[in-house]
Every structure is written in structure tokens, then in C-alpha cells.
Design a protein around this ligand. Structure first.
Ligand SMILES: NC(=O)c1ccc[n+]([C@@H]2O[C@H](COP(=O)([O-])OP(=O)(O)OC[C@H]3O[C@@H](n4cnc5c(N)ncnc54)[C@H](O)[C@@H]3O)[C@@H](O)[C@H]2O)c1
Length: 459
């Protein structure tokens, strides 16, 4: 099949390379000339394991091409996949402008039937807006041509997006026309050889499925964070609790790690968008509101531990930060817990030195001109002369550091671990003052002894 991908962000490039891998001819279009020039040079402007190699292979055999010519893009593909950004505005409302412009242009330039696959994350009802924008483009020319719109949301975040595309747990397709369903079935046929993966539904339900998945994942994380707070106080260990849950088939192992908060481009935006949709129809979502508020508190947890140890005034204190990205495999700093931690520590007068294996360039851009924060090329360099180390992202790079060298670099051997990377007993054995999430800390042990049991005494 000939396909056009509209938008060359992560979602578009993963779909483009993935659909080329499934045997299609793919043209990726984007008005951003710099981006397209880089892609044409084989220079991938984002991180995604395996994507650069897959793209290089399909570019070399001519199955994958890039262009800034949106008219050429509309002419090329019988299937037009829209994967443009749908950012949240300051109030959290989803801005559909880029998506609607892309749809309008399809109407403006198309000369035969098009199947328009809406891959961007937009509110329930946005496929109707896409349809209306295509019709407006057609009306502008005074022509009437057939088209269908389907919803085919992306569920996987960066880091696992390509792997998920090529080996999906399921492919959600929202469609309301037989021709569209047939085309989507043909498109994904190679992925259905071993088992049926297509989950067909109506368009609104497909749109809501994406938001429901985000809500469920965010809720799991916030529940585990809340239980971790309790575990730490009761002398239980959240990591052991996690193992006690992970094999329960009703629960499953993913998204159970307690930590210093969740962030990124996807979950926070999707939860805010759900609240917006709820307002439209007057259906409050108190539980999901609490999930988000609990996460905002969680992002402050490590700072609270630092303040407990060093006091409110952090003038003259210097801290090392390991990890700035909201999750490993990402260079994304949007809504990352690190931003809250950095803001709160700087506000109290501390100075900081941060390391991240992938997000340093983005961090330098975000914190450009902010006094008090510097960046280091290696984790050990970041730790030099720090009063303590704060660990904020569970990159593999931090799993097994040289603890002797780390201790020598730090001014005092203290670690606030927001991702529970190390074993508390081992860390204490190595001489570290080690504070993690939801695991009883040495210094809190005395608070744990008060267990009240009323024994019913039989007469
Ligand atoms: N990135 C992810 O991991 C992920 C996961 C799930 C869902 N999504 C959703 O997928 C959508 C795209 O996300 P992304 O991260 O790939 O976006 P992005 O912002 O990284 O890239 C979007 C690209 O679209 C281009 N664009 C804008 N208007 C255009 C137009 N009219 N024609 C052609 N190109 C145009 C922009 O120049 C930009 O390069 C969003 O709705 C997002 O919420 C993304």
C-alpha cells in the first residue's frame, strides 16, 4: 500500500518506519524544513531504540521517503496517517489546531478516496472535527470526494514505541465504515499472522480507550506511591510489597514501581484532557483529580526529606542530581519530577550539579540562564563535593556505580534515592546514609514500633 504520514515526531516516525517494515511504501511529510533535511541525511532528531536502524534500512531500499511538500504527501498515499502534535494550552485544554490544519489540507489537495487515520491523541469527538476540516477543504474547491476517518491511537510512550508498534499487545481501531475497516485490516495484516490483535470499536470509544489507559497507568503509580508512604512509616518495604502484587494476574507487574513521581508528555496531558472532557459533559472525575494531586505531592517528597535533614535554608548546600528525564529511554523534561526538585532546592538557596545520559541538551535549553545549576558529563563529576546525591531517574547507567569512587567524590555519603535502585542494607553496609521511597529508613526506625493489637480475651 502507499501511505503518507503527516507529522514526523516520534508517533509519526515510528508509524512510518513500522509501516515500511510491514511492506508498505511510505512518504513522511512535515513542514519543518530543518527536521526533514536532518531525516533525509539519516540524522534522527529523537531517541527511540532501533528506530534509526530501521529507518536507514527502509530509506536505503526506497520504501521510506521524507518531504516538506504537503501537497505531494496528500497525492501519494491512499492512506493518510495524521500524527501531528496536540499540545495542551496553559489551562490544559488540548490544542487541535495543527491536527485540523493537516486535515483541512487533505481536503484541499485530495483527488481520490482517502482513508484518514487519526493517530494523534485528541479528545473524544475530535475525529468529527477532523472530518469537518477535510470537508471544509473539499468545499473550498467545490468538489465532493469520498473519504473515511478512523481513530488508531498510540499507546506506547517513547522508549518502547517502536517495539510496541511491531509487536503490539493489541491495535485499537475505531471505525464506522466497512471500507475503512477492510483497509485497516489489510494494513495491519502482517501483525495478525500469529494471532488477532485488531480490536475494532466505534471511533469515540477508541479515542476514550487511549485516555482510559493513561488514567489507569497513572492511578496505579499513584496508588503504589501512596502505599509506599505507608510502608515506610510502618516498617514494611514497598519493593517486597510490589513483588507480592506483580504475579497476581488481576494486577500484573507493570507500572507498580513507587518513586518520586510520574511525568512526561503523555500521562499528565491525558489526565488533564480527561478532566476537560468531564467538564464539557458535567461528569466530575474526583478519583482522577486525586491521582494527579497525589502525584504533585509525590514530586516534593525527596525535597521534604532533604529539608528534614538539612533544614529549610539550603544556602551553602550543594547537591548532585542523577537523572533529569521523566523516565529512562527519554530526553523528555516536560512535567518531569526533576523540574520540581530543581525548582524547590534552588528556591531554598542550594546549588546543584546534574547528570543525565540523554537529557542534558534539553536540560541546558530548559535551565538556560537559571543561576545555581550546572551540568556534568559523568555521574561521578556531578557528585564532586556534594552534600548529598539525589537520584531521580532509573537509568541503567546508575544501577551499579563505583560506590567507593562515589563516596570519595561526595562531601558526605548521603543518597536520596527517588527510584529505589539500591538495597538499603547494602548501602548502609557501604557506609551511606541512604533514604529511599517506601522502605524503612534507619533514622525512622523508632517511629515504627507502635503496633496496637487488642487481643479479644476469652473468659
Ligand atoms: N510521542 C509519543 O510517545 C506519543 C505516544 C502516544 C501518543 N502520542 C501522540 O501522537 C501525537 C504526535 O506526537 P509526537 O510526539 O510525535 O509529536 P511531535 O510534536 O514530536 O511532532 C509533531 C510533528 O508534526 C509536524 N506538523 C505540525 N503540523 C503539521 C502539518 N500540518 N502537516 C505535517 N506535519 C505537521 C510538526 O512540525 C512536528 O514535527 C500527539 O497527539 C501525541 O499526544 C505521542
Amino acid at each position: 500500500m502507499k501511505l503518507t504520514i503527516v507529522g514526523t515526531g516520534l508517533a509519526g516516525l515510528v508509524a512510518g518506519a513500522g509501516l515500511a517494515e510491514l511492506g508498505n511504501e511510505v512518504l513522511c511529510v512535515d513542514p519543518d524544513q530543518t527536521r526533514i533535511a536532518r531525516l533525509q541525511r539519516g540524522d534522527l532528531p529523537l531517541l527511540e531504540p532501533g528506530l534509526a536502524e530501521l529507518m536507514a534500512r527502509h530509506v536505503a531500499c526506497g520504501r521510506l521517503r521524507f518531504s516538506t511538500d504537503l501537497r505531494e504527501g496528500v497525492g501519494f498515499g491512499a492512506v493518510q496517517v495524521i500524527a501531528v502534535e496536540t499540545p495542551a494550552d496553559k489551562q490544559g485544554a488540548i490544542d487541535m489546531q495543527q491536527m485540523l490544519v493537516a486535515a483541512y489540507r487533505i481536503g484541499l489537495y485530495m483527488n481520490d478516496y482517502k482513508l484518514v487515520v487519526d493517530k494523534s491523541t485528541g479528545p473524544v469527538g475530535s475525529a468529527d472535527a477532523v472530518r469537518a476540516a477535510i470537508s471544509a477543504g473539499l468545499a473550498e474547491r467545490g468538489v465532493d470526494l469520498g473519504f473515511d476517518v478512523v481513530s488508531n491511537p498510540c499507546f506506547a510512550p517513547e522508549g518502547t514505541a517502536l517495539q510496541d508498534f511491531l509487536n503490539p499487545a493489541r491495535i485499537v481501531v475505531g471505525a464506522d465504515a466497512a471500507r475503512a475497516v477492510e483497509l485497516m485490516q489489510a494494513l495491519y495484516a502482517p501483525l495478525r499472522r500469529t494471532r488477532e490483535r485488531l480490536v475494532l470499536m466505534d471511533i469515540r470509544s477508541a479515542k476514550l480507550s487511549k485516555y482510559a489507559a493513561s488514567a489507569m497507568l497513572a492511578a496505579r503509580l499513584s496508588v503504589m506511591n501512596e502505599i509506599a508512604g505507608l510502608a515506610g512509616k510502618l516498617g514494611a518495604d514497598i519493593e517486597q510489597v510490589r513483588r507480592g502484587l506483580a504475579d497476581d494476574p488481576r494486577i500484573g507487574a507493570q507500572h507498580l514501581a513507587a518513586g518520586c513521581g510520574w511525568g512526561g508528555e503523555g500521562l499528565p496531558k491525558d489526565l488533564t484532557a480527561l478532566q476537560q472532557m468531564a467538564q464539557w459533559v458535567g461528569e466530575p472525575l474526583p478519583l482522577l483529580g486525586a491521582v494527579t494531586r497525589a502525584n504533585e505531592r509525590q514530586k516534593l517528597l525527596l525535597v521534604e526529606h532533604v529539608v528534614e535533614r538539612f533544614g529549610e535554608d539550603l544556602q551553602g548546600r550543594h547537591f548532585a542530581l542523577w537523572g533529569l528525564a521523566h523516565q529512562p529511554g527519554s530526553s523528555e523534561l516536560r512535567e518531569a519530577p526533576s523540574r520540581v526538585v530543581i525548582h524547590e532546592l534552588l528556591r531554598r538557596g542550594a546549588t546543584l550539579c546534574a547528570h543525565d545520559p540523554q537529557a542534558l541538551a534539553e536540560a541546558r535549553r530548559v535551565f538556560n540562564g537559571v543561576p545555581g545549576i550546572g551540568f556534568a558529563a559523568t555521574p561521578l563529576d556531578a557528585a564532586i563535593d556534594a552534600d548529598a546525591l539525589l537520584l531521580l531517574t532509573d537509568w541503567n547507567d546508575y544501577l551499579a556505580p563505583d560506590f567507593d569512587a562515589l563516596q570519595a567524590a561526595l562531601r558526605r555519603p548521603m543518597i536520596f534515592d527517588g527510584r529505589n535502585l539500591y538495597v538499603p542494607e547494602q548501602m548502609r553496609g557501604l557506609g551511606f546514609d541512604y533514604i529511599s521511597i517506601g522502605r524503612p529508613a534507619q533514622w525512622a526506625a523508632e517511629a515504627v514500633d507502635s503496633v496496637h493489637i487488642d487481643l479479644p480475651l476469652a473468659a
